[in-house]
Ligand binder design. Structure first.
Ligand code: GLN
Ligand code: ZN
Length: 713
């Protein structure tokens, strides 16, 4: 077996440095181009990536890291797990990914603790696994035609089945993997990478036994490539000795998020992930070299901690960034260069000592008065009706508004003219809500491009990029802000819009802020401070904004934390600590409010059961939460919740207008689960992706249903 190359990466971005794949996909979906044209773009992007990696001096080039939509969906196709209902669609792959006439797509969910979303494998007793190896084999041949030998990357059997909740099908699936390995060996492939990120989470003894079975069996195959099992996003923990006892030749470790392996890995190649695939900072060479030197293995390869899918392409594509900041950044291209440089350096010898990090003291959350005291003060100050009706914040974002923002950037619209348009939009939103008869109004968030980027643009310590796109799912990308320094709020951010909205109406207007955890979760964050210290800095900035909103006469303030659950660590042992400081940060952001100011929070998901105690700990006066979309499951668990609660009464993710009877039924169920005085009435989430026609018709039905119920109280 040929030795594993000295340098590699676990994967690479594929959307294209100028989002070429996004353009090509959307044009194909709209019928503006053919499947051939789409495939040509794919081939060009793959070629560009291999050339670039080779030019940068990387030895081990991966293949099959490209995907037209998602690598997990590709694995379902590879293994023949295509549900029957999609097989007759014009394009089954995209029908599974996005749905088609009369056919809903497969479920999509977040990839471990990243912001990437994958298509969940649908595996039932009727699923017949059958290898369709065209894609990985095709990419190997394609690269070879260009002069590159590559290592195909495939999602491993254990992770694939765990994602599809079908580990009992291991035996069947292993048959396909055996066939695949044989086909790759016949093709002359030296190494294959099987990704097993699920092994960095808490795994049961049965699941660990499945790891042993899988890799003993694949390792025993007579003719096969070298087996490289890659783990990432954390520490392998108890899975490491299990894996090490199997015949796999190489094991990939995330040495950025995970600790140094305790196991002696003599006899194995360790593919050492010392260059972070999750952060955008340059690698500190001393620390990386120290982790490499500490490994006890027969051979060490320098690599990234995970695929580079999660970072943008190239810092040099950011002419607008401050040069001092640029010097600290590494995107995918720069990270490849770091891997190469580290592999070329002599990394044996004594481990240099890094600076020790001082741990901050315990976090003491600040207290507002007890809820009963606050509730009384708020009731007097706000005099709201029973079952108050409100919305989550955003109203439809019109094309004109987006065009106006682009025009300001292009210099063809003055800031003053833009602000007049925003004010006009706020007035429209206020009038719509008054006409409909809502009780707590919002200004509609017309000034925001995005609930995190908007705040990043107005806070010190953040930078925003112009090309720093990262794939979120399919053709969708986000441009996460870069939190690089101490966070400060030089001046009020939302106050003028909220105050303007409040000046237009006698009804209370709810101020709208993004919470500290969410701002940090959706940014690239400095790594020289513990995450929680960074979150606390952001919390202090939000706290100042809360104070200023209050001073401007805003008596209800919503601080959204939709990402609270997203940052939850993969291992249970770390979750309690995280939830403790995340909740404390939220309270720091909101506890400066006086008793009579009503604090709202909004969370975007219903499966909040596991963090319900934490949500309770936020101590918000009112919590709005998703419910309608998931069949009001949340109502089973919220009985113990002691403050205001608004389980959403309709799903805003669909253009469908709910009938008033439907809303009434959901409200009746809510009132069986909660005392009437705690119930709030609201949609599941913000309305920015809907049209005004949909929003007005839906909210009119919500008001009609609520009035009927109020009359019965
Ligand atoms: N206030 C935000 C909005 O209404 C909340 C968005 C969210 O929950 N993701 O758009
Ligand atoms: Zn939401």
């Amino acid at each position: 077996m040929s030795p594993f190359p000295k340098s590699t990466v676990l994967g690479y971005p594929r959307i294209g440095p100028r989002r070429e794949l996004k353009q090509a996909l959307e044009s194909y979906w709209d019928g503006r181009s053919t499947r051939d044209e789409l495939d040509r773009t794919g081939a060009e992007l793959r070629e560009r990536t291999w050339r670039r990696l080779a030019e940068l001096g990387l030895e081990g080039l991966p293949s099959n890291t490209f995907s037209l939509y998602d690598q997990v969906l590709d694995t379902s196709v590879l293994l023949g797990a295509v549900p029957a209902r999609y097989r007759s669609a014009a394009d089954p792959y995209f029908a599974m990914a996005r749905g088609t006439e009369g056919l809903a797509p497969l479920r999509m969910t977040k990839w471990f603790d990243t912001n990437y979303h994958y298509i969940v494998p649908e595996i039932g007793p009727e699923t017949v696994f059958k290898l369709e190896a065209g894609k990985p084999l095709g990419e190997v041949r394609e690269a070879r035609a260009l002069g590159y030998e590559t290592r195909p990357v495939v999602l491993g059997p254990v992770t694939f089945l765990l994602l599809g909740s079908a580990l009992d099908r291991l035996d069947d699936v292993l048959g396909c993997y055996e066939e695949l390995l044989a086909a790759l060996a016949a093709e002359g492939v030296a190494w294959v990478q099987l990704d097993e990120p699920a092994l960095v989470g808490d795994r049961t003894p049965d699941e660990l036994a499945a790891v042993r079975t899988a890799y003993d069996r694949l390792g025993a195959l007579g003719s096969r490539p070298g087996l490289f099992v890659a783990s990432y996003f954390g520490d392998l923990g108890e899975a490491l000795p299990v894996l090490a006892a199997t015949p796999v030749e190489a094991i990939g470790l995330d040495l950025v998020r995970g600790g140094a392996p305790v196991a002696d890995l003599t006899g194995k190649t360790v593919v050492a992930g010392v260059v972070s695939g999750r952060e955008v900072w340059r690698t500190a060479p001393k620390r990386a070299l120290a982790s490499l030197a500490a490994l006890r293995a027969s051979r060490v390869t320098v690599s990234t901690s995970c695929s580079l899918l999660h970072v943008p392409y190239d810092v040099d594509a950011e002419p607008g960034l401050d040069p001092a900041l640029k010097g600290r950044l590494a995107f995918a291209e720069q990270k490849v260069a770091e891997v190469v440089a580290l592999a070329r350096a002599e990394f044996h010898g004594a481990a240099p000592q890094g600076p020790s990090v001082a741990l901050p003291g315990p976090v003491v959350p600040e207290e507002r008065s007890p809820y009963a005291v606050r509730a009384a003060a708020q009731a007097e100050h706000l005099s709201l009706p029973a079952l108050p009706i409100t919305t989550i914040g955003s109203f439809p974002q019109t094309g004109e508004l987006r065009a106006a923002r682009a025009a300001v950037t292009a210099g063809t619209l003055s800031q003053a003219d833009y602000e007049r348009r925003v004010e006009a939009e706020i007035e429209r939103v206020i009038r719509v809500q008054e006409r409909l008869g809502l009780d707590v109004l919002v200004h509609g968030e017309p000034e925001r491009n995005d609930m995190v980027q908007y705040f990043a643009e107005h806070l010190d310590g953040f930078a925003v990029t112009s090309n720093g796109w990262v794939q979120s799912y399919g053709s969708r990308c986000t441009r996460p802000p870069i939190l690089h320094g101490d966070v400060g709020r030089p001046s009020p951010i939302t106050v003028r819009w909220a105050a303007h909205a409040q000046s237009l109406t006698a009804k209370p207007v709810k101020g709208m802020l993004t919470g500290p955890v969410t701002i940090v979760a959706w940014s690239f964050v400095r790594d020289d401070l513990p995450l929680r210290d960074v979150v606390f800095q952001v919390a202090d900035a939000v706290r100042e904004e809360v104070r200023d909103l209050e001073a401007a006469g805003v008596s209800i303030i919503q601080v959204d934390e939709p990402a609270l659950r997203e940052l939850l660590p993969l291992r249970r042992a770390a979750q309690t600590d995280y939830l403790e400081w995340a909740v404390a940060a939220y309270r720091r952001a909101t506890s400066g409010a006086s008793d009579r100011t009503q604090i709202h929070t909004h969370l975007c998901y219903s499966d909040a059961d596991q963090i319900l105690t934490a949500i309770d700990g936020l101590d918000a006066d009112v919590t709005t939460i998703e419910s309608a979309r998931s069949g009001a499951r949340i109502l089973d668990t919220v009985g113990s919740f002691g403050r205001g609660l608004g389980p959403g009464v309709y799903d805003i993710h669909s253009p469908r207008v709910p009938s008033d009877a439907e809303v009434e039924e959901l409200l009746r169920r809510t009132m069986r689960a909660l005392p009437a005085e705690r119930v709030w009435v609201n949609p599941d989430c913000g309305l920015k992706t809907r049209t005004y026609a949909e929003v007005e018709a839906s909210l009119a039905n919500v008001v009609a249903a609520t009035r009927r119920l109020r009359a019965e109280l």
